[in-house]
Design a protein around this ligand. Structure first.
Ligand code: SF4
Length: 179
């Protein structure tokens, strides 16, 4: 982790580095000086009593001047995005879901030479459960210009077919630690 964080900080292409903890472990001592950086911010996912070291972490971050925030996670719990059957929605409905889905605005996973708009489409593709269509990822190519065009095309998409294989945020809530 210290090597990874150090490497990320050396890149001037990286604007912000978010580290997430569930508040159960204290960071390694070697990590602390690297975390005291305007580009680094720690999010403590707060699961009430389960986040047993939250108070210690907050105290440490305050003392050392490390930026952090606390995200309340206990009441909302986790969301069941459903199984992988095709729901049969129209393309318009599917696009509407895509545009309102926070999963695709907050996390863009990269697996191998593909950048995906959300973890669900990435994971399905990676596990071989549903092959991602070419419109559902940006191919990361050796030529940076081509890669840039691929990413721009993905970002401009109105929707992705995979959203019709997903319940999105309407799925059932599952209490934290039971997911
Ligand atoms: S597949 Fe599901 S999680 Fe991914 S963007 Fe579509 S609705 Fe959101």
């Amino acid at each position: 982790m210290p090597r990874l964080l150090d490497g990320l900080k050396r890149s001037d292409k990286i604007i912000k580095i978010w580290l997430t903890t569930n508040g159960t472990l204290m960071p390694d001592e070697t990590l602390l000086p690297l975390m005291r950086d305007p580009r680094v911010c720690v999010t403590i996912s707060d699961y009430d009593a389960l986040s047993s070291r939250k108070a210690e972490l907050i105290d440490m971050f305050e003392r050392l001047g490390i930026a952090y925030n606390v995200a309340e996670c206990a009441s909302g719990g986790w969301i069941d995005f459903g199984d992988m059957h095709e729901r049969g929605r129209s393309w318009d409905e599917t696009c509407k879901i895509y545009k309102t889905c926070r999963a695709c605005s907050s996390c863009n996973p990269m697996i191998g030479d593909k950048l995906f708009p959300c973890a669900r489409v990435a994971r399905m593709d990676d596990l071989g459960l549903r092959k991602a269509e070419s419109c559902e990822y940006a191919a990361l190519e050796a030529d940076p210009e081509r890669t840039r065009r691929n990413v721009e095309k993905l970002l401009a998409a109105d929707g992705i077919p995979c959203c019709d294989f997903c319940d999105s945020w309407s799925g059932a809530r599952i209490p934290a630690a039971l997911q």
